[in-house]
Design a protein around this ligand. Structure first.
Ligand code: FES
Length: 168
């Protein structure tokens, strides 16, 4: 591990635990080569840290000997990656055409009202965040809401309270 990486760990501006950096290092060590694995490493980093702020982008760039602008470029291109922190239970509402015409916007409004946060924000207790997605490929189930890995189908605004209660 480079001095640079060690230094960043000690000075983690976001307060990320050092164990997470070690876990990421260990994952990178398992790769046959550092080349061509940027997306794989970013997936791992996001699963560990929850999101990919500048600090993590720089860390990954150093670890893979890449310019940070390349790391940023990949994160910006793929909607899966996020530079914004998410709640412990990230709520994602599909706003694709099928979901939209079946009332996804009303579901979003109900979520915003219930949780008192806007799209892209995290609740003050860190439990929930709200995001909108493009079509998630389950149009027959529209409107679709995902909370973490759990998928809710044919969601109405009236069901929002019950969905939130599942995770409270
Ligand atoms: S538009 Fe929502 S799943 Fe396709």
């Amino acid at each position: 591990m480079s001095n640079c990486q060690e230094k960043q760990k000690c000075e983690s501006q976001q307060g990320f635990p050092e164990t997470l950096f070690r876990e990421l290092d260990a994952f990178i060590e398992t790769l046959p080569t550092k080349e061509g694995h940027l997306i794989t490493v970013l997936h791992k980093a996001q699963s560990l840290f929850g999101y990919l702020p500048e600090e993590i982008q720089q860390y990954v760039a150093d670890a893979l000997n890449l310019p940070v602008v390349q790391v940023y470029g990949v994160i910006s291109f793929y909607t899966f990656f996020t530079q914004i922190p998410k709640g412990k239970n990230p709520i994602a509402v599909c706003m694709g055409t099928a979901c939209f015409v079946k009332g996804a916007n009303k579901v979003v409004d109900a979520l915003k009202q219930q949780l008192q946060v806007e799209i892209g924000e995290v609740t003050p207790d860190g439990v929930f965040s709200i995001d909108c997605l493009r079509c998630v490929g389950a149009c027959a189930l529209a409107p679709v809401v995902m909370v973490g890995e759990k998928v809710y189908a044919n969601v109405t605004a009236d069901q929002v309270k019950d969905i939130i209660a599942d995770f409270s």
